[in-house]
Write a protein that binds this ligand. Structure first.
Ligand code: PBG
Length: 331
């Protein structure tokens, strides 16, 4: 009889053996937890399509921050839901904008907690697009004014840094957005504030629940003229190359689950930290199936997130961050 000489199973015989040879793992240090903040008082509203995720007014944010601190989460990604929206997204860059207020509050309470500010206009514009919309004189169609949008995004980034944001995370996909933001930050004296660019952001249906949450569904058209076509991979390299040349400090891939090859490609081609955004529908789908008893939530979440690490992600943005830390502690 011819027995195989190579025995792969030798390294799987016990828990200790498997731990010894494990190639990837999840840690509290890898995780960024998104937070939604809003005006008003005594608000803690669950987002219908994202069970377990809430809108917080600043006074109620404190209890959430205490929990985050207790769990050892190091970084939060802030999204604001403003009171007023207009064509230019003015409330994105006001000194007393909701993100600016929340940032100051967080830095007062927990100076060590890293505040990452999402820099985009879509939550703040009445039309829900990520930039300024104008009418094209020739086609008469509504189009994005790229360069005017850059000015407002740069103002937004500076106002966020002034409020104390540790990292600026522009998610708008305008051309030249990293250059514009970097230059504005440097000029305002924030040379030390890094830019976490949403370098590779696909025009995706996986953002559906987030748009409900942030009230940022475009009122007309879609985001395909600035976000990427899900069919493309090589274009992701081009997007990332531009961001690197423009001075980005982190590269992000978004969404994550259906884009594992993109995460791997960025990891292999660039030496900046790669961030994967485990977006809203990736969260909601798991929650819904778990609620029906069809899947084991903990096992599925851990496998999914570990898969993203294996694909090459150094950092994960996930609505599951708090759960993951609790599960890691139980292990
Ligand atoms: C804003 C922004 C979006 C998300 C993060 N920042 C929505 C969009 O681009 O339409 C989505 C995050 C998620 O789905 O969890 N530009």
């Amino acid at each position: 009889m011819n027995f195989p000489v190579v025995r792969n199973r030798r390294l799987r015989t016990s828990r200790g053996m498997r731990n010894l040879v494990r190639e990837n793992s999840l840690s509290v240090h890898d995780l960024i937890y998104p937070l939604f903040v809003t005006h008003g008082t005594d608000i803690k509203d669950e987002i219908a399509s994202m069970p377990g995720v809430y809108h917080y007014s600043l006074d109620r944010l404190e209890e959430e921050l205490a929990e985050i601190h207790e769990l050892g989460i190091q970084a939060v990604l802030l999204f604001g839901i403003p009171e007023h929206k207009d064509a230019e997204g003015t409330s994105a860059f006001e000194e007393d904008g909701i993100v600016q207020q929340a940032t100051r509050r967080i830095k007062e309470l927990y100076p060590e907690l890293l505040v990452i500010a999402d820099t985009c206009l879509c939550q703040f514009t009445d039309h829900g697009h990520c930039g300024i919309v104008v009418q094209d004189p020739v086609s008469r169609q509504a189009v994005i004014d790229n360069d005017r949008s850059l000015e407002l995004l740069a103002r937004t980034a500076v106002s966020q840094a002034k409020a104390g944001a540790d990292i600026i995370a522009p998610s708008n996909m305008m051309d030249g957005f990293v250059t514009a933001i970097r230059a504005a930050l440097d000029e305002a004296g924030f040379e030390q504030v890094p830019v976490m660019s949403y370098s590779v952001k696909y025009s995706s249906s996986f953002y559906g629940p987030f748009r409900d949450a942030a009230h940022s569904t475009p009122q007309f058209g879609d985001r395909r003229t600035y976000q990427m076509d899900p069919a493309n991979l090589r274009e992701a390299i081009r997007e990332a190359e531009t961001d690197v040349a423009e001075g980005a400090d982190f590269l992000m891939v978004k969404p994550a689950l259906a884009y594992m090859d993109v995460i791997r490609t960025l990891k292999d081609n660039f030496d900046l930290p790669v961030v994967a955004y485990n977006v809203s529908a990736e969260y909601s789908m798991v929650k819904a199936a778990a609620d029906k008893g069809w899947i084991d939530e903990q096992a599925v979440v851990m496998e999914m997130l570990l898969g993203m690490k294996r694909a090459g992600a150094d950092i994960l943005i996930t609505y599951f961050a708090k759960d993951v830390i609790r599960w890691l502690k139980e292990q």
